[in-house]
Ligand binder design. Structure first.
Ligand SMILES: Cc1ncc(COP(=O)(O)O)c(C=O)c1O
Length: 241
């Protein structure tokens, strides 16, 4: 059940990322999904389901998307090609309840008319000729392998300084610093050796959580992961005790 103070106004739309919250990486449980749909129905609100990264889930039970669970036309589902193919393609898609299709087309028309026709046509052929599914399968296997390798290497080399949080889905990890005071040295070492994990604090309006860094693993081969983490660990070992 989702409860809220009765004085608060009811939401008109609820934005969620159930497969993978960015940046912390949680996946929404089935119980929370059904509770959210019930809540939206009670408030007469829409849910905007941003399901980026749903294709890259490595562990945990299979979970239906909110759009699949909803039978009251309350969910707008958004998917993206940014993770599956590449971000600069700038193509994604929406599944909208019938009553929203026309208004959404009108909004899109005044925003920027439409996405590039040639890119869309090429993607359509990629989908209809069966390459899309086999590509996802191949990438899931590749990323799963890199993910396992990254976890093993990171924990072997860097567990003295970080606690690695392991999400069920996605293409990055959050590594929490064991000691807050190490942050300036760790930040300096990253700059010196040319690795660029993002500080978790860059995602916050107020940095209220402990310091952490986010590491992408999907774009790197095993050799690059091994080399990068080994260099990072040896520089930290030289500067921190
Ligand atoms: C929360 C969230 N939604 C969606 C996306 C994908 O956005 P786009 O399709 O605009 O590249 C991202 C990209 O990292 C994201 O972090």
């Amino acid at each position: 059940m989702i409860s809220r103070p009765s004085k608060q106004r009811s939401p008109k739309i609820i934005y969620v990322t159930p497969s993978h919250q960015f940046p912390l990486g949680m996946t929404m449980s089935l119980a929370r999904r059904t509770a959210l749909i019930d809540f939206a129905r009670t408030c007469d609100a829409y849910i905007f389901e941003d399901d980026h990264n749903s294709e890259f889930r490595y562990t945990g039970p299979p979970l239906p998307c909110l759009q699949g669970l909803d039978n009251a036309g309350r969910v707008i589902y958004a998917g993206t090609m940014s993770k599956i193919l590449y971000p600069s393609l700038r193509l994604g898609y929406l599944l909208a309840p019938e009553q929203l299709v026309e208004p959404m087309i009108k909004i899109r028309a005044v925003m920027d008319q439409h996405s590039p026709a040639i890119d869309q046509a090429t993607l359509a052929r990629f989908l209809t000729e069966g390459f899309f599914l086999s590509h996802i399968k191949r990438m899931r296997k590749l990323y799963s392998d890199r993910r396992e390798f990254f976890i093993k290497q990171f924990n072997n080399l860097l567990s003295k300084y970080f606690i690695l949080e392991i999400p069920e889905a996605g293409l990055h990890f959050v590594a929490w610093l064991r000691r807050k005071v190490d942050l300036p040295v760790i930040t300096r070492v990253c700059a010196e050796i040319g690795i660029r994990p993002s500080p978790l604090s860059s995602c916050f309006i107020k940095p209220e959580l402990n310091p952490a860094l986010t590491f992408g693993f999907a774009a790197w081969s095993r050799a690059q992961i091994r080399e990068g983490l080994a260099k990072f660990a040896s520089s930290l070992n030289a500067k921190l005790h």
